[in-house]
Structure formats: C-alpha cells, structure tokens
Design a protein. Structure first.
Length: 339
C-alpha cells in the first residue's frame, strides 16, 4: 500500500512539474552612454569571458561597442549588476515571448508525423515496389520525413532551455558622442510670457520693470529655439520721452540637459541650462536705439511629452550697450505644442 501511494505521489508530482514548465524568451535592448567607455567595455568583456557566454555578434570601436548574446536567468541577475552604474540608459526595453503553446503544438506535430510515417511504412511493406501507387506513397513518405525533421529542429531550438534572455547591448562613449547622433527636427510653435526686472534702472534709459509676450518656436529636440516679441514698461510715462517704454526683441537660443539628471528624458521636472543670443530695438516717442544681448538661463520643464511642452526659466539679460542701466533678471513661462 505504501509503495502504491509513493508511486501515485511521484506521478502527480511529475504532472504538476511538467505543467509548470514554460518556455519563455525575454529580449533585452539597452543603449548606454558613458564617460568611462573603456572601463565599461572591459567590464562587459570580462563578464562574457568569465561566464563562458557564447556571443552571436560583437563589434568594438573607439567610440561604440555592441554585443548580442543569450543567457539564463541566474546569469541575467549578474549581468544587471555589471551594467548598473555604467552611465545613462538612453534605451532600456524588455519584451517577453511565451513559447509554451508553440512547444506543445510542435510536440503534437512531431507525434502526428511519426504516426503517419509508421502507417505509411506498414502499408508499403505489403505493396509491390514497382507499382505507381507504391512510388506515390514513397514520395509522400519522404515529405513526412522532411516535415518531422523541420518540426524537430524548431522544437529543439525552443526547448534548449526553459527560460532565457537575449541581450542586445550598445555602449557609446559620451565624451566624444553628442546627445544625439543627428539633429532631430521638430515643429513646436508656442507662446512665452516674460517679466523683466532691470537691476539698476536709470530714468533717461530704462524703467524698473517690463513685461512682454513672445512667439517661441522650438525646432530641434536638443532643444534649439527662436523667439520674437516685445517688452513694454509697467511704468508708462505721459508724455513718453524719458526712458525706453518699448523693446522689440528677437533671439536664438539653446537649452542643455545634464547627463546626471536624465538628459531631459523625464515627463516632469527636467532641469536644464541654456542661453539666448539676439538683438533688441529700444524706443520711446523721441528716440530709438538698437543693440545685441546675451541671456544665460536656468530652467525647469514642468511637463513634456511628444505633443506639449510647458517650460519655465530665469535668465539674466546682458545688453552689449548701456549694460549697467539695461541689464536685468527675466522670469519666463512658455507653452509649446506640436503643429
């Protein structure tokens, strides 16, 4: 009785164990930009060599390293430790495919082909090899044999391991590689509100405060932009003959993201620095004057996706003429959208 119970338990255990076997493949696509390029490459090569990993593709140059290989879950945990901290992950995609149903289908096909071959052989054994029917059945038998070989090859590939990872890794040297390998043009018009506070206003030149509305056109993902608009003083004189009451402003600017803060890849609160370089025409009822300016800036993107950008920044405007009396701090809020 004990032997019977033990045998029954063993059979049930095997059934449960087989039911739990799943043939899954996870594709891992990762792109890393690093300032320690050669150290990162050496770490990866050491990991591959020390674990006897079979590499299907590997390319190495002074600026870029790519490798492709397959590993089991226990090694994938070690792989994650190797790449952790190498640099910025510009791409990190995982895609799992469950091949269990396909494996069961191929097993059924193999069993069916085997049965057909056995039946065909038994029928042909009773026939005259010279007859046309025998020759037709012989050709059909060869087709069954080809089908079973194909199915068996596919089955072996899928069941070589129960669960494994296919890693496709690319490491770039950030020291020599720009933020993007090529300029990515976009079309994002928008509007910007700016409030300018002059640091040392002078009655005959500048007002203490100006505010203005600008057209802001963002045209690369970098991001590069152009602005066009006008400031007006908040202290309107009557008559308008003292300080400049209006300033027509145009400029070109660029913003730069920190590699330590994700390079602007987040949806909320991307911190950046940048500049705007351009010119302005200051005027009142009696006179006008034109000069260039430079405005370094620090900004924070409040929200960003593929279609909308809500941005704030503070820039210090430094005119190239009447610098002491016209320089000041500007507070800006802008809204851009894909058009």
């Amino acid at each position: 009785m004990k032997k019977l119970l033990f045998l029954l338990f063993a059979v049930v255990s095997c059934v449960v164990l087989n039911a739990q076997v799943r043939y899954r493949v996870t594709t891992v696509e990762q792109r890393i930009q690093t300032t320690d390029y050669w150290i990162s490459v050496q770490k990866m090569n050491t990991f591959i060599t020390s674990n006897n990993i079979m590499v299907s593709r590997q390319n190495e140059s002074p600026l870029k390293y790519t490798v492709n290989f397959s590993i089991e879950p226990k090694l994938y945990a070690a792989y994650k430790e190797v790449v952790k901290g190498m640099g910025l992950f510009t791409e990190n995609n995982l895609n799992t495919t469950d091949n269990t149903a396909r494996v069961e289908e191929l097993k059924g096909n193999v069993k069916y082909y085997q049965d057909q071959i056995a039946l065909q052989n038994s029928l042909m054994a009773k026939m005259d090899p010279q007859t046309e029917q025998y020759k037709n059945m012989w050709r059909e038998l060869k087709n069954w044999e080809t089908s079973i070989r194909t199915a068996q090859t596919d089955l072996n590939n899928l069941t070589s391991t129960e669960y494994y990872y296919v890693v496709d890794l690319e490491i770039e040297d950030e020291t020599y590689t720009p933020q993007t390998s090529s300029v990515q043009w976009i079309n994002m018009p928008g509007v910007e509100y700016s409030y300018l506070q002059i640091e040392e206003p002078q009655d005959t030149l500048s007002s203490a405060y100006y505010q203005g509305v600008f057209l802001k056109y963002v045209f690369t993902k970098g991001k590069s932009f152009a602005t066009l608009g006008a400031y007006k003083t908040t202290n309107k004189l009557d008559p308008d003959t003292m300080h400049y009451s209006e300033m027509f402003v145009f400029g070109f600017g660029q913003d730069f993201y920190s590699r330590h803060l994700g390079r602007g890849s987040k949806k909320f609160f991307n911190l950046y620095s940048g500049y705007t370089l351009g010119g302005m025409l200051a005027s009142n009822d009696k006179r006008k004057e034109s000069f260039g300016y430079l405005a370094p800036a620090v900004g924070l993107e409040i929200f960003k996706n593929k279609y909308v950008l809500i941005d704030t920044k503070v820039n210090y405007m430094v005119p190239f003429k009447n610098t002491r009396q016209m320089r000041g701090l500007a507070f800006n809020v802008s809204f851009n959208f894909v058009f």
